[in-house]
Design a protein around this ligand. Sequence first.
Ligand code: UD1
Length: 416
Amino acid sequence: MDKLLITGGRPLAGEVAISGAKNAALPILCAALLSDEPLVLTNVPRLNDIGTMLKLLAQMGVKVERDGDTVTLDAKGLDNPLAPYELVKTMRAAVLVLGPLMARVGHAKVSLPGGCAIGARPVDQHIKGLQAMGAEVQVEHGYIDAKVGKLRGARLFTDMVTVTGTENLMMAACLADGETVIENAAREPEVVDLANCLVSMGAQISGAGTDVIRIRGVAKLHGATHRIMPDRIETGTYLCAAAVTGGQVRLTGTSTNYIDSVVDKLMDAGCEIGSERDAITLKAPARLKAVSLRTAPYPAFPTDMQAQFMALNVVADGTAIIRETIFENRFMHAVELIRLGANIRIDGNTAVVTGVDKLQGATVMATDLRASASLIIAGLVAEGETLVDRIYHLDRGYERLEEKLGALGATVKRVS
Ligand code: UD1
């Protein structure tokens, strides 16, 4: 199993290009299921999760072609609406095939994702929404087995803000009879990117980006070309890494749009941020100031940046209170950061982080995607060598991580 060996102590400096957003690409790949004409996507990141999704779509009968960061999907021959456990267990986002399959062929058999390292993560809201649209859903033998003659538009309300839940129901509603209204919808930029792609395929959607989305069903969606938005979490992760190492970087192919809450905290920590149309610059202060934060649905601070900001606070001046409100078990990185010398106290969903002057390199274990990123960031500033084990999590969500960090002057090596 691969590990990453990081030699800490060098400030990040230089320029790096940000990739397309994993969490926008995954639902948009599934949108191809809604049409029998080709969907051409550009700026698709090369990530294991994307590979898993393409494999799943191919198993369903979708023709998949990949050329660099362009992916062409043709779902004319869709004939097997099944998402097996073997694929869903490695990537929960596979549940995003459920809505489009129900809309296009009226049948889907999708493995229940089960729990994951950061929490229980049920999909009851996806199921409840489809039932309200007329679907008959059985959950048996670990599978969601859903059937419908034709989905009909409905008024849907989700009990909590759910990103993939909103995306699944929005895709389902595109080909339903009549109007669907999703209330308490997720406002995440990735939901808007999906809506933009669906609209370019002929869908009638308004309100994406607000908490009420209206979809008027149409008979058919056609082919389209769509560019995936930049990855705001990858952007935030590199900004954090530069900040923690006392560096100065320019990130291209991205912008401060959609990361206001993250930029705001970085400025509170003492960083200078410059915003260009298609790039962001960051200059770190001599010593970062501690910044408290609370995760919540967009536009509030993203849970996917919580671990990276914990790494930032670990070496900042002062004490930060971090509250995680989205996932019940998302502090697994804390115990590993403590192995590097961090001073962190956990009490339920609250972490109290008191900055220390120095971290020392050690062997640490990655537990999930963003936890891995926080350990890398800490390793970049720790004295000596840090060995991060189980980095397969990172390959799910960060494109060419060691190459990009290397381009910024970090000493990061993949070892077997
Ligand atoms: C998406 C993101 C993930 C991010 C998360 C929160 C993708 C592919 N993944 O995950 O990176 O961390 O949003 O911003 O876009 N919930 C239920 N029942 C449901 C659905 C959700 O109880 O049917 C709960 C979850 O357990 C969680 C909360 O709602 O506590 C929010 O989860 P949700 O927004 O659905 O996360 P994902 O869409 O899985």
